[in-house]
Design a protein around this ligand. Sequence first.
Ligand code: PLP
Length: 351
Amino acid sequence: MHQLTPYVPGEQPKIRNLIKLNTNENPYGPSPKALNAIEIEAGNSLRLYSDPSSERLVNAITQYYKLKPQQVFVGNGSDEVLAHTFQALFQQDKPLLFPDITYSFYPVYCKLYRIEAETIPLNSNLEISLSDYLQPNGGIIFPNPNAPTGHGVGLGEIEMLLKKNTDSVVVVDEAYVDFGGESAVTLINEYPNLLVIQTFSKSRSLAGLRVGFAMGHEELIAGLIRVKDSFNSYPLDSIAISGAAAAIQDKTHFEYTRKRIITSREQLTVELEGLGFNIIPSQANFLFVTHPQYVAADLAADLRVRNIIVRYFNKPRIDQYLRITVGTDDECKTLVDALKEIIKNESNHEG
Ligand SMILES: *Cc1c(COP(=O)(O)O)cnc(C)c1O
């Protein structure tokens, strides 16, 4: 186990009054209907084991996306769904393909399950170009929109890939799709090798409840269920099943909060561009930004001093970028004011 390199999540500081723009959490609370369902569930019935097949939640997802229950798999956060996917669907003699800059849990699962991987570089605009994935492989996975860039690929490009890549499983990790991307879930009836993974953590503001799900052909789902039943029969507790089912049924809260975040993202983009930042057009609830005159790591440290945390990745190609979660309008304003001050001070030093 010495060879394992664990995933390092964004900081979850214990200090109060921090503006936390580092882990893409939703600044608005979960659906009140979800909270109510959770409260009702938190009673004497917790002495019983939860439903091992999470039927109530599977049915709610089935209704929302007009699928059959055999096409839906739920897990303890999409990280767990991803882990089972790597183990059940990517154990091949050819390498798994994913972008060089992407969700950093993918290489971690490759090591854990001893899956050979080959990274495909993003193009010079830091975009995924799916035509680069047309080569022998034991599976393909990418987030859409990608993390940490926020760039999304269109359904046309995904369909092109699925038409040409028919011998291995293609996984689209749609953690951020509700903030402006196009979901590939509409393609699963046509392409039996497509698996779409989503989460309740971002657009439904339930990161702490730990619920994720996968949608795809029933044979892919059966493979995931086999691994799950060999690992943990009750990955979702009763509270998570009830809360998530109520959350996906509450379309009003979902639409209202996600639209607010999209509006704030567009506003924040304009303001940061006004300060000289270059920004990759984002379809997610975060911005990936770089400033031609300022060192990204220094900006992150200067913001930290002002009680604002953003995510900095000390990695090749992206070490001059910051990933900033879109917060409430107040939080965005505090961020912009702090950056104005930092930039002004630094120019004074230079002058
Ligand atoms: C946040 C995130 C996840 C993990 O979501 P959980 O459901 O909270 O485990 C998966 N993939 C990507 C790309 C993410 O950003």
